[in-house]
Design a protein around this ligand. Structure first.
Ligand SMILES: NC(=O)c1ccc[n+]([C@@H]2O[C@H](COP(=O)([O-])OP(=O)(O)OC[C@H]3O[C@@H](n4cnc5c(N)ncnc54)[C@H](O)[C@@H]3O)[C@@H](O)[C@H]2O)c1
Ligand SMILES: *[C@@H]1O[C@H](CO)[C@@H](O)[C@H](O)[C@H]1NC(C)=O
Length: 323
């Protein structure tokens, strides 16, 4: 019964109305009791999960598409997924290095296909994605990895540089996901992995536009998770957002820190295996190394001024690439 109908019949049948109110209160109380029970069950489950090693998805025979496979973490992920028996679709703008990745995979007995694409270009992405779907069928795992990191003060960034940064680091994810998601939704399976960064957790000087792109990745992935969950309460499509700290790929040209031993660069190999583990376990958010997400959550509870004192003490950051 809607509110209008109820107020109209207010005087006529008070008894009926009262029983309705009682009924509504009982429903509300039951809802609250169920919420409290499920809430604590979820808390308990997540505590248990801390101590139980989670099962990792078997990727053997599955098709994995990765962007930016010519170098760095993308290349290492391609090699490692192939070693696990997956079929690799390798996308990069650099034809030569991408072919090299595929060659190395084949030499080790793996299966891989190289495609040259500049992910700044939406038409190019759409055309290639449809071709890949035709040639290889269902893509189980999509890893949006290609990225660039111009590093200097905001006032030294050109318009073109900022636009291309957003095209590669953010918009390309949308064009790619819009093409591969429908098949995943239809089958209710698959994974999408997106490379954010610790620069998507904290603001970093010299990386103003870059931080914007990495916070954007974090934001759209969180929203997409909500959309999929509401579309299908039994949703089985897994979304994983990755927050690497500094990885030794050469992308980050001038890192500096006061305690190099404490925060030493991680090898692309180790980073890749950490990312693959996060995907196979279906983790929604995973930093590399893992504890950085917790550091960010803790940092948010501390007043900004106090947090900045710790930041300044650690003195970790990146210097301009124009110096
Ligand atoms: N290296 C780090 O310290 C670090 C830290 C946090 C996050 N990340 C993120 O991880 C991802 C991979 O970083 P990396 O260090 O392995 O990078 P990398 O520079 O080693 O490799 C990036 C690859 O992407 C390709 N690429 C660049 N522009 C492209 C384009 N327009 N179209 C297609 N391919 C293109 C490059 O050719 C290259 O092969 C990026 O999104 C980066 O922002 C890196
Ligand atoms: C990719 O496309 C952009 C925008 O057209 C262009 O500026 C850039 O040079 C291209 N990258 C390569 C490696 O060709």
């Amino acid at each position: 019964m809607n509110k209008g109908a109820r107020s109209n019949s207010n005087n006529a049948v008070p008894s009926n109305n009262n029983s309705n109110d009682v009924y509504n209160i009982i429903v509300l109380v039951v809802d609250i009791v169920i919420l409290i029970a499920k809430f604590w069950a979820a808390i308990f489950e997540s505590i248990v999960k801390l101590f139980v090693t989670q099962e990792e998805e078997n990727v053997q025979g599955k098709t994995v598409l990765i962007t930016g496979t010519g170098h760095g973490m993308g290349k290492e992920m391609a090699l490692q997924y192939a070693a696990l028996g997956a079929k690799l679709i390798c996308w990069d703008v650099n034809e030569k290095t991408n072919e090299q990745t595929v060659k190395e995979i084949k030499q080790k007995g793996g299966t891989a296909f190289a495609y040259t694409v500049n992910v700044t270009n939406r038409e190019e992405i759409i055309e290639l994605a449809n071709k890949v779907k035709k040639e290889h069928g269902f893509i189980s795992i999509v890893v949006n990895n290609a990225g660039i990191m111009p590093c200097h003060p905001l006032l030294e960034h050109t318009e073109g540089e900022i636009r291309i940064l957003y095209d590669i680091n953010v918009l390309s994810h949308f064009w790619i996901n819009q093409i591969f998601l429908p098949d995943m939704i239809e089958r209710n399976e698959g994974s999408i992995v997106a490379l954010s960064s610790c620069a998507g957790l904290f603001g970093v000087k010299n990386l103003v536009p870059y931080c914007g792109t990495k916070f954007a990745v974090r934001g759209y992935m969180a929203a997409l998770a909500e959309e999929l969950r509401h579309k299908n309460p039994q949703n089985n499509i897994k979304l994983t957002t990755i927050f690497p700290y500094m990885i030794d790929t050469g992308l980050c040209k001038n890192p500096h820190y006061r305690f190099p031993k404490l925060m030493k660069l991680i090898s692309p190999k180790d980073a890749a295996s950490s990312i693959i583990e996060a995907q196979r376990k279906g983790l929604e958010e995973a930093a590399v190394p893992r504890h950085f997400v917790a550091v960010e959550k803790l940092g948010r509870m501390i007043p900004k001024k106090a947090m900045r004192l710790i930041d300044d003490f650690l003195d970790a950051g990146v210097d301009s690439d124009k110096l």
